[in-house]
Design a protein around this ligand. Structure first.
Ligand SMILES: [Zn+2]
Length: 129
């Protein structure tokens, strides 16, 4: 395995703000890096992450961008296939000809559940949509 594809960036979040490589703390967040040879995960800031993986800063940034795009697609897909989304759509369709207040009441419950589902998925994938 070539050094430049020995590692994969799995995620970025602020669950842990200490770099496992250099020990620097109080980072805004850390990247979860996976060593594809040993299957071991570690946390790193962008400087240490690119150094270890032998990527340039630009390569690191591109990989983060790619990861974010993948996560966004996964998040939207999971959201649109969720039972909350399906139920809310059903309520919206069923109440299409209702009066405004009646419709609002009819969809209230499923809309709230959908709102919570969206927050859950946003947090899971660390993306905005
Ligand atoms: Zn570091």
């Amino acid at each position: 395995m070539n050094a430049t594809n020995k590692y994969k960036i799995k995620a970025f979040n602020d669950e842990i703000c200490i770099c496992d490589v250099c020990g620097k703390s109080e980072l805004k967040g850390t990247y979860v890096m996976l060593d594809l040879e040993t299957n071991e995960e570690f946390r790193a800031g962008s400087t240490c992450g690119s150094k270890i993986a032998k990527w340039t800063n630009k390569e690191f940034t591109n990989k983060v961008k790619q990861l974010n795009e993948e996560n966004l697609l996964l998040a939207i897909n999971e959201f649109k296939n969720s039972i909350e989304y399906i139920n809310n759509n059903k309520d919206l369709e069923e109440s299409y000809f209702f009066e405004y207040e009646e419709r609002k009441a009819y969809i209230k419950n499923s809309t709230e559940l959908l709102r919570l589902k969206k927050i859950e998925i946003k947090n899971k994938y660390n993306v905005l949509f």
